[in-house]
Structures are given as C-alpha cells and as structure tokens.
Write a protein that binds this ligand. Structure first.
Ligand code: NDP
Length: 430
C-alpha cells in the first residue's frame, strides 16, 4: 500500500541473472571460486543455499560448524551441488588455519557468531584469504560491541593484500548500502538518519528470538545509544519508544536501540547530525524478557549449578527454539528501511528506502524465516561482488564504503527488492 506516502515515487527493482550463451557460462565457470562458510545456523543455511544457486561464482562450497550433523543436513538438502562439510571449532585459530590450508578457499564467510570474528580474521591473515561477516566482534564476557577491534586489522589486511568486509547482512549491511545509495544519488548532505526495523511476523511460539538468542538478548538488554550533534547519547535500555508506520504493515511500537552500523555510518558520513536505530517488539516478547531479566536467566555472569559453572544466558539459549527452526509456520513479514533528511541542490529533501520480506516467501526460497533470509541474501551478494573483483580492495571495510550500484542493481533478483520514496511524508516524524 502507498497510503502513507502521498507524494511517493515508487520503484521496484528486480534483476534476474541471465547467462544466455552457453559459451559465456563456460568461461565464467572457469572463474568460479571456493568459499568456506562457517556456521550452520539459521543464517548459515540461507548463505549456503544462495551461494549454491550461483555456481558460476561459488563453484566449490564447504560448510563448517561446531556441530557437523547440522552442516550435513543442509548439504543433503541441496541436490544440484556437492557441498563439502566439516566439524570446526572457530574459537580455535590453528583449527581454522588447518581447514583453510586443506580446502584452500578464496573467501571465508563467518556466519557463526560475533565471538568468532577475531579468531577467523587471524586465521585469514595467516593464510592470506579474504574475509566477510554479518555482525561485529563482541567479547563473550562483556555485552558490548564496537568496531574498534576489527578496524584495528586495517593495516595488517592491507599489507597482506586481503580484504575484510564487515557486517554484510541486512542491518548491519544492506541498511548501510541504502545510506550509501542515498548519498550517491539523492543528497548533497545528509543530516538526519533513522533506520527502522520491523518484524510483523508470527512464528507461533510463546517466546523465540529470530537470530541467535544469546546475541539477540545481549543486544537489546544493553543501554540504548544514538548519535546527536557530534556525541553519543546513552539512554536506559528500551526507554525511548514510539509508534512508527511501516509500509504494508501500519503503525508498530518501535524502540530505540544501539545498533553497530550507527558507529561506522557517522564516521563515514560526517554531515549526519543525528543517527538512530529503531526496532519493533511485541508486548508478549517484552513481558517474557522482563521476567527473564528479573529472575537473572539473561545474565552473562557465571553461576555455580550442581557443582559446575554455567552461564545463565547460555542455559537459556539451550531451552529456546533455534532461529533456523522457525521458518515453516511463520506468517507475516519484515520491513526494514532508512529514512533520511538532508539537502539536495540547496533545498530540503526527505527520502525513504526499504525492503519488505514475507516470511513464507523466505521459506519457499531457502527454507528459512525472514530474519535469517534478509541476513543471508546480502551476505551472499557481498561475497559474490568481492569474488568477482567488483568490491575488492585490500583492507577492512564496512559496506557503505563500497560502490552501492552493483549491489542495488542485483539484490532484487536474489530475493530482496527495494523501494524508494522521494519527499514522502516520512513514516516517522522529526
Ligand atoms: P544461530 O544460533 O542459528 O547459528 C549460529 C551457528 O554458529 C550455529 O550453527 C553454531 O553451532 C555455530 N557456532 C557457534 N559457535 C561456534 C564455534 N565456536 N565454532 C563453529 N561454529 C560455531 O544464529 P544465526 O544463524 O541466527 O546468526 C548467525 C550470525 O548472523 C550471528 O553472528 C548473528 O549476530 C548474525 N546476524 C546478523 C544480522 C544482520 O542483519 N546483520 C541479523 C541476524 C543475525 P551449533 O549449531 O553447534 O550451536
């Protein structure tokens, strides 16, 4: 529906990769690359399936994870291509190095957890292999994430002649590419940015998280934070919220959270005066979370239980449904977008760009729910552009530092079409 956007300019982009002449396909096949995908969870499943759907680029795929049986189950379901599998503890650098030396990938994709970012980057440095992930590093014993740890690898990656692409999921990832697209094609200066993330879906479970429960709960129980007039404003968790209108969904209560892409966006686009991130949560989710926090089961501090040390949030994770198991009966859709206000040709301009993704469409395409899908598809396309040399430069980069055009022209064809509105009534007022 376009009801909320009376002055809308509405585009839908779709691109179907074609290879009409057989001889061209053969040539491209020769250029095919080997990719090692680490992590066989909800997102890993999507990344493997989407890479396998582009064999002219990803000609050999290995999926490695802590539990090999999960890799084998995904591989067995992909009939048209042989996916190699391996058991791997990605906290262990020598183990990752050994697997890289055995498989000899051109690129390693970290689709496990943020805890493994640095060990996998270390292994890539040692072996001279490119790297991509979808979430920035956070230490296990502190619920805190920031890019400083990974940005510190910039010179080492440059010297080695390899590239790391950080945070190439949806948000982080596609959200920043939207901002780069807006900067390139729509603004002389961007001043206000709001990233608005809605999941208007129903998985039918009393309580479940859409991505790794440990990482998800750590993210939303920490202080909120946003950028305003050159400094970070810190607020108690979930203390600022308001209804925001989402396309095709309507108003949903949205909570101001700190999200990692804010850090790189305000660095790379210094004209931004204020940058915020909003996410929707249903009341039942918040009530469950409050109870769990009150009884201490979301804590990351070890406790003694029956003579052994356990970490409450890790125990909680073991009780909750796995993100990859939610897809089949999930209804509804996600909507993630960026609304921006700034100046073009001396005049005020507002702009909104977004994607809506139906959970059932995600399941039909990749046996996944929408949140895993919207993360895994941009990760595959980022990897593809790196391996094709289109997004390739030595060093450590966030997605908004890449040319947005090749990504924006292809992402619709892989399942995440985008729409934009110029000078609309923004779904979220300033
Ligand atoms: P899951 O919990 O479903 O999957 C994580 C996988 O990583 C599991 O298969 C797990 O193994 C494996 N794993 C964990 N630790 C290790 C280890 N030490 N060595 C090897 N494998 C390991 O999570 P998701 O798939 O939902 O999320 C994956 C990543 O995607 C996370 O980093 C998450 O933050 C990120 N994400 C990014 C988003 C974005 O938009 N940018 C959105 C959503 C998620 P096992 O099965 O044995 O537990």
């Amino acid at each position: 529906t376009v009801n909320y956007y009376p002055f809308i300019v509405y585009y839908s982009f779709a691109f179907v990769p074609l290879c009409p002449i057989q001889i061209n396909c053969k040539l491209i096949q020769k250029m095919g690359k080997r990719v090692l995908i680490i992590g066989a969870g909800g997102v890993g499943n999507v990344v493997v399936r989407k890479c396998a759907s582009v064999p002219e680029v990803f000609s050999e795929i290995m999926l490695a994870s802590r539990t090999k049986s999960k890799c084998d189950a995904i591989a067995a379901d992909i009939k048209h291509m042989n996916i190699q599998t391996a058991a791997l503890d990605a906290d262990n650098v020598p183990e990752i190095v050994a697997l890289i030396n055995q498989f000899k990938p051109d690129l390693v994709m970290n689709i496990a957890l943020p805890y493994q970012d640095l060990t996998i980057m270390d292994a890539c440095l040692e072996t001279g292999v490119h790297y991509l992930d979808t979430a920035n590093y956070e230490p296990k014993d502190e619920a805190k994430f920031e890019y400083s740890w990974q940005w510190a690898y910039q010179e080492k990656f440059k010297e080695k002649g390899i590239m790391a692409l950080l945070g190439c999921g949806f948000d982080p990832g596609q959200s920043q590419i939207y901002v780069a697209h807006a900067a390139k094609h729509h603004f002389d200066e961007m001043h206000y940015l709001d990233i608005v993330d809605c999941n208007a879906g129903d998985h039918g479970q009393a309580f479940a998280t859409n991505f790794n429960p440990e990482i998800n709960i750590r993210e939303i129980t920490q202080d909120g934070k946003y950028w305003e007039n050159g400094e970070w404003k810190v607020i108690p968790a979930m203390s600022i919220h308001k209804p925001i209108e989402y396309p095709n969904i309507g108003p949903k209560e949205s909570y101001l959270l700190y999200h990692e892409e804010l850090e790189s966006l305000v660095k790379n686009f210094p004209t931004i005066k204020r940058a915020r991130f909003w996410m929707t949560f249903g009341q039942a989710y918040l009530t469950h979370l409050e109870v769990m926090q009150n009884i201490g089961i979301t804590s990351i501090k070890p406790i003694m239980f029956q003579g052994r040390e356990i970490i409450p949030i890790e125990f909680l994770k073991a009780l909750l449904p796995e993100p990859g198991s939610l897809g089949e009966n999930y209804s509804g859709e996600t909507s993630i977008g960026c609304q921006i206000k700034g100046i073009k040709d001396g005049k005020d301009k507002t702009y909104f760009i977004w994607n809506n993704c139906k959970h059932q469409d995600a399941y039909n395409d990749a046996k996944a729910q929408g949140v895993s899908y919207t993360t895994g598809v941009p990760a595959m396309l980022g990897a593809k552009l790196m391996l094709e040399g289109i997004w390739m430069k030595p060093g450590v980069y966030n997605t908004e530092e890449m040319d947005p055009d090749p990504f924006m022209s292809q992402i619709g064809g892989y399942g995440l079409p985008w729409h934009e509105a110029i000078n609309p009534v923004l779904p979220h007022e300033y």
